[in-house]
Design a protein around this ligand. Structure first.
Ligand code: DX5
Ligand code: ZN
Length: 220
């Protein structure tokens, strides 16, 4: 059976004055809506918090994939879960005790993920592969949409899967940053389970059409 790759549009580059329409446009083609939470410290940009997640929750039934790029995630995960986050990922090096954050996310009934930025070596992920449901492989330095995908990061997708297999576990991999129609085949063949696509959907003239095009490529 052919592997079905999931699509998670990132609203980071959407028109926030018309979010309802933007989400409605991508909804039919989406497995998750990807929400980029930034605190202005862990990354050099500031976006939104639980209040906006809660508002988005009211706009769609599509599961919400919350990508926390913040320091001190334990302080916030409950608020994001209460706001309606279904999957919550946080970053390696964003806190002291990753294991307890993973456990707390699961305890709250959400699916835990760990994100790894390009400058962080892959071995730092190894101790957590058996604990998380998914790993977010960043293919840009987190902070902004519209950057160019670093193709050398795609090797990490295979490497994460291999490391997990060596430990006798399986983990899903989400690729985030710089994904567009032009590099989608490459991203898929790396073994990716979920692709995050931001500016190339929401920065396009026709959001629904752009999402449909990506969905069609993912479905082969
Ligand atoms: C980067 C974010 C990504 C990204 C997606 O810090 O995590 O979700 O903005 O947007 P594009 O597809 O434009 O790179
Ligand atoms: Zn993201």
């Amino acid at each position: 059976m052919q592997r079905r790759v999931k699509l998670a549009p990132s609203i980071l580059n959407a028109d926030f004055s018309a979010l309802r329409g933007a989400i409605a446009d991508v909804e039919p083609f989406s497995d998750y809506i990807h929400l980029d939470v930034m605190d202005g410290h862990f990354v050099p940009n500031l976006t939104f918090g639980p209040l906006v997640v809660e508002a988005i929750r009211k706009l769609t039934d599509v599961p919400l994939d919350c990508h926390l790029m913040i320091y001190n995630p334990p302080e916030w995960i409950e608020a994001f879960r209460d706001a309606g986050a279904d999957r919550i990922s946080f970053h390696l090096r964003s806190c002291r005790d990753h294991e307890s954050v993973i456990r707390a996310i699961r305890h709250l009934g959400a699916s835990p993920g760990l994100a790894i930025s390009p400058e962080v070596p892959l071995f730092e992920l190894k101790p957590y592969l058996g604990m998380v449901d998914f790993v977010v492989v960043m293919c840009v330095y987190p902070g902004f949409g519209g950057q160019k995908l670093m193709p050398e990061m795609l090797n990490r997708v295979t490497a994460v899967k291999r490391d997990a297999a060596e430990q006798g576990v399986t983990v899903e991999v989400e690729v985030d940053g710089g994904v567009k129609t032009g590099n989608l085949e490459q991203v898929i063949s790396a073994g990716t389970d979920t692709v995050v696509v931001g500016s190339s959907i929401f920065g396009s003239g026709n959001v629904a059409e752009a999402a449909r095009d990506i969905r069609n490529i993912l479905d082969g």
